[in-house]
Design a protein around this ligand. Structure first.
Ligand SMILES: [Fe+2]
Length: 278
């Protein structure tokens, strides 16, 4: 595979004024600024349709489109930002989680899973599975490898993304210039990462836009750790929960699926990735 997915023409026409402003503000080294620019496909769908640009928050596009979960998701992945394990080309994926108002969402859950270098999923342990939470600005970084190919699919990474107190977005991320992109019926150019060569391997960028309303001023989704009352249950914001812990909330019992510190907005009924009702 090659690393670049933007032609010079794409770069000229696709970078919005706000993108340039954003790039100037963060003042990243040149290769990283390029990686943070909106990704344009330069490819065609299997059906030959002309392609829309990858959704980019500043352009006011629709939220990141969902995709099927597939058969290999496993709950309870470990919390980590590096899934490096075994052979493969190193891949560093960075990006932000935005709401509809282009404000970064702090504390968003990102749960990644992918095939190993040989195209196999580990369904027994947690190799190449991991979750993390976006930082105060909505940023995240994942260190992993370029996933291998397996029959019937183009190269991809699975991910679930959830803002506190909001529904889960399940989707997949794709690599540019993959021959199988043209024949994989699931491939969606709006989910192409911007991939360049660097960092001892590949450097990828993708920004998620969640269907989370955001008005002017502070983000309403910014979580707080101030304890709140629980409606007739034992769940409490500010409490560190481990996998298997049980709480009650609203008259129901829930079992913790992912170790985390509870915050307002992550009440068990609204966070099925964290809590399973029993
Ligand atoms: Fe897959």
């Amino acid at each position: 595979m090659t690393g670049d997915n933007e032609s010079p023409q794409d770069e000229r026409s696709g970078v919005s004024r706000k993108t340039l402003l954003k790039a100037a503000m963060v003042a990243l080294p040149a290769p990283l600024v390029l990686a943070a620019a909106p990704a344009f496909s330069g490819e065609t769908t299997p059906s030959g349709q002309s392609l829309d640009p990858t959704p980019f928050c500043d352009d006011g596009d629709d939220p990141t489109p969902p995709q099927m979960e597939g058969p290999y998701f496993k709950p309870n992945s470990p919390q980590r930002t590096s899934m490096l394990d075994g052979a493969g080309t190193r891949l560093t994926l960075t990006g932000s989680v935005y709401g509809l108002g282009c404000q970064g969402i702090a504390g968003a859950l990102l749960d990644f899973w992918q095939a190993d270098n040989a195209g196999n999923y580990d369904n027994y342990t947690y190799r190449f599975r991991g979750h993390q939470f976006s930082d105060a600005n909505g940023r995240f970084t994942l260190t992993t490898i370029v996933p291998g190919l397996y029959p019937g699919r183009t190269r991809h990474i699975h991910v679930k993304v959830q803002a506190p107190g909001r529904p889960i977005l399940t989707t997949q991320l794709y690599f540019p210039n993959e021959p199988r992109n043209a024949t994989d019926s699931l491939f969606d150019p709006r989910l192409l990462m911007n991939v360049t060569t660097g960092g001892g391997g590949r450097v990828a960028a993708f920004d998620f836009v969640l269907n989370v309303p955001q008005g002017p001023g502070p983000s309403p989704t910014t979580p707080t750790t101030s304890p709140t009352g629980s409606p007739g249950g034992t769940w409490r914001a500010g409490t560190a929960y481990n996998v298997g812990d049980r709480v009650t909330y609203g008259g129901s019992t829930y079992v913790c699926q992912i170790a985390h510190t509870a915050i307002t907005g992550w009440e068990p009924p609204t966070t099925p990735a964290l809590w399973r009702r029993v």
